[in-house]
Design a protein around this ligand. Structure first.
Ligand code: FAD
Length: 666
């Protein structure tokens, strides 16, 4: 039974509440001056002292690659890690549609303030104002930096950089390189990184996986990493550690993320004291190729940029759902986003477009094959655009995306409308950081998708690349120096108790995973966890469903440690072992996500609680109760199976530059 006065999470003993938490690094004064003030006030490190300071960066995607290149160029000793065989294979390479910047090249009313405003509103007023303003402020610098590196952004006939629009905005501020923006930006960051590798300021460790954080005297001082080729467990020490390890959307098993994306680096840090903020905020992207059965292990995104020219519709009548869409006349089509949201139309934000797609499919008006018990698809139709602009123009803008769709589905999207459906894509939650991007562990900084900082409860399209590069090229290099100026810290010996503890815990966990020798594959656990997460902590969440999910996840975790079968050995290349460690961490994270979703009895952005909606079925916030960031502290546990109830620390969100409103895109 639902108790309406006591939060269900507390009532069920699922969490406890601790002291409030606050960012203490953003300076006072007008919002537009804060970043300049902070850069001035942050301590400097003399160039000759920089080479005495060591920084470890975990991750070579846009956030980590840009940070490593910039800190290397500044003269620090940098060690950078990734689990792929090259920094260039980081998941950032998959990004398709573009990167935002408030350049106002189109003279259509854009400005730093408007990008800031759109991002805070898009995040449903659950992001920290100061961080978002800074993001908007440095956005224009990113484009200049990337152009200087030779990133081939699309250009207009006159030679200026071209722009297009993404969801949740009414200006054109998205810079792009066809449908390969992430790849081109990553090549830019990679070149800058390799320049520093050649210069000797950056040492690169590929096929290395961070499996533990070393915390000594309350400071992050290094990592324990496994060489994925030899299996050797290595200790790397430094004056500061930066996690740029990406997002954890793969907790849902099926997502648009790269198969290797995982939470291990963040989760290991969380277990060592770094708070995890808003872990339940997940982005479910409206334009993905629909699930076609239960054989899949990966879903494919069709970029949001397609919503600039493609029109989304379903048949008005259920009886038409089987028909060839080209035979359904105009008057029998429901362009439901244009109908419900006349101002923004097909370019409403992702959370809203996803929810409406779910609604029309739940009504029985979905298209495509029946999967499970209903049709999971809506049309994304380019026939108007092809008539208006010609096929060649559409091909020039989106050609590689159309080719990809045709290869995967066997259908020609120039002739038949694409079919799309929402899928897990990105996580707004992540490790809690202050204005300096420092976590609750001194010396541990977190950048890019791995932190929670800028997107509130829903991220606007093309703003993840902006954030990763803002963090790496401009923000972190200015804030980490304030911390490093206190160093170098006393060297840690390899037999320091903190190092020994971290090293041996990795060895023991590896041995334990191999020793279970049970009956079920790692993948089968991951898939079952993903089903639970999607069903109960996906597009719609309810108290009843979340309580059930927590039970199911606990049962699954208990079975995992009793019955998982990890093949192979520890001292060799062993992908089954790698995956097992990642799934074990997902099994803990999944529970925390459900507790977070359960405790937040409001709907905001991508977090839609069935119990909290407006009469029109839109997300209904409760600012009086939930205007805060939920920062969760790990409270220990009994081995790997049992987790003690986590502790909730609330960071109040204060809006001074923007007025809080119910979000509307009508
Ligand atoms: C299909 C797709 C398309 C997208 N398109 C866009 C777009 O058009 N515009 C936009 O703004 N955003 C887009 N996004 C989102 C965006 O791509 C990501 O949010 C962003 O690239 C994340 O960058 P990152 O540097 O934080 O992490 P990643 O690129 O995920 O890099 C993570 C790095 O950390 C390393 N790592 C992780 N764990 C460990 C560990 N334990 N040990 C060692 N190394 C580790 C990895 O090896 C990797 O180098 C898209 C996302 C997807 C899935």
């Amino acid at each position: 039974m639902t108790d309406t006065t006591v939060n269900a999470g507390i009532a069920h003993g699922l969490y406890t509440e601790g002291d409030a938490i606050a960012d203490t690094k953003a300076p006072g004064g007008p919002i537009a001056d804060k970043w300049t003030t902070r850069k001035f006030e942050a301590a400097l490190v003399n160039p000759t002292n920089r080479r005495k300071l060591d920084v470890i960066i975990v991750g070579t995607g846009l956030a980590g690659g840009s940070a490593a290149a910039t800190l290397g160029e500044a003269g620090y000793n940098v060690k950078v890690f990734c689990f792929q065989d090259s920094p260039r294979r980081a998941h950032s390479i998959a990004a398709q549609g573009g990167i935002n910047a408030a350049k106002n090249y189109k003279e259509d009313g854009d400005s730093t303030y408007r990008l800031f405003y759109d991002t805070v509103k898009g995040g449903d007023y659950r992001a920290r104002e100061t961080n978002v303003y800074r993001l908007a402020e440095v956005s224009a610098n990113i484009i200049d930096q990337c152009v200087a590196q030779g990133v081939p952004f699309a250009r207009e006939y006159g030679g200026l950089l071209d722009n297009r629009s993404f969801g949740g905005v009414q200006v054109s501020r998205t810079f792009y390189a066809r449908g390969q923006t992430g790849q081109q930006l990553l090549i830019g960051a990679y070149q800058a990184l390799e320049r520093q590798v050649a210069a000797g300021t950056v040492e690169q460790f590929t096929r290395h996986e961070m499996l533990e954080l070393v915390v000594a005297d309350g400071r992050a001082r290094g990592i324990i990493a496994r060489d994925l080729v030899t299996g050797e467990i290595e200790t790397h020490l430094a004056d500061a550690v930066v996690l740029a390890s990406g997002g954890y959307g793969n907790v849902f098993y099926l997502s648009t993320n790269a198969m290797g994306s995982n939470v291990t680096a963040s989760w290991r840090a969380h277990r060592k004291g770094a708070y995890m903020a808003n872990p339940c905020y997940t982005q479910i992207h409206p334009t993905c190729i629909p699930v076609s059965g239960d054989h899949q292990s990966k879903l494919t995104l069709m970029s949001e940029s397609l919503r600039n020219d493609g029109r989304i519709w379903v048949p008005k009548n259920r009886d038409d759902c089987d028909k060839d869409p080209r035979e359904i006349p105009e008057e029998d089509r429901d362009y439901y986003l244009e109908r419900i949201y006349p101002s923004f139309g097909n370019l409403v934000p992702r959370d809203i477009a996803s929810r409406q797609a779910k609604n029309v499919c739940d009504e029985g008006r979905g298209v495509g094959p029946v999967v499970g018990d209903f049709r999971r698809g809506v049309y994304l139709d380019f026939s108007d655009a092809i008539d208006r602009l010609g096929q060649a123009a559409v091909e020039a803008k989106y050609g590689n995306l159309f080719d990809m769709y045709a290869r995967i589905t066997g259908e020609d999207p120039y002739k038949v409308p694409m079919r799309i459906y929402p899928a897990v894509h990105y996580v707004m939650g992540g490790l809690w950081v202050d204005y300096d991007l420092q976590s609750t562990i001194p010396g541990l900084f977190v950048t890019g998708e791995a932190n929670f900082s800028d997107h509130g409860a829903n991220r606007l399209g093309a703003s993840a690349l902006m954030q990763g590069l803002a963090d790496g090229y401009f923000v972190l290099p200015n804030t980490i120096r304030d911390y490093l100026a206190k160093g170098p810290f006393a060297p840690l010996a390899s037999d320091d108790p903190a190092v020994v503890e971290a090293h041996s815990s990795v060895e023991q966990r590896t041995a334990r995973l191999l020793a279970v020798n049970g009956q079920r594959s790692v993948d089968s656990f991951h898939k079952e966890l993903g089903n639970v997460m999607w069903e109960y902590c996906g597009m719609e969440r309810s108290e009843e469903g979340l309580l059930k999910a927590i039970d199911l996840i606990r049962g699954l975790r208990e079975e995992f440690w009793r019955n998982v079968r990890v093949l192979g050995a520890a001292d060799t290349l062993n992908q089954s072992l790698e995956k097992a460690g990642r799934v074990a961490d997902f099994l803990e994270l999944g529970e925390l996500m459900c507790i977070d979703a359960l405790h937040r009895r409001e709907s905001c952005g991508g977090h839609f609680r069935a119990e909290s909606q407006t009469e029109d079925g839109e997300a209904l916030r409760h600012d009086d109760e939930y205007l805060y960031v939920a920062a969760w502290e790990y409270a220990g546990g009994d081995g790997d199976n049992e987790m003690s109830a986590p502790v909730l620390h609330k960071e109040d969100l204060v809006y001074e530059a923007i007025e809080l409103k119910q979000r509307s895109y009508k």
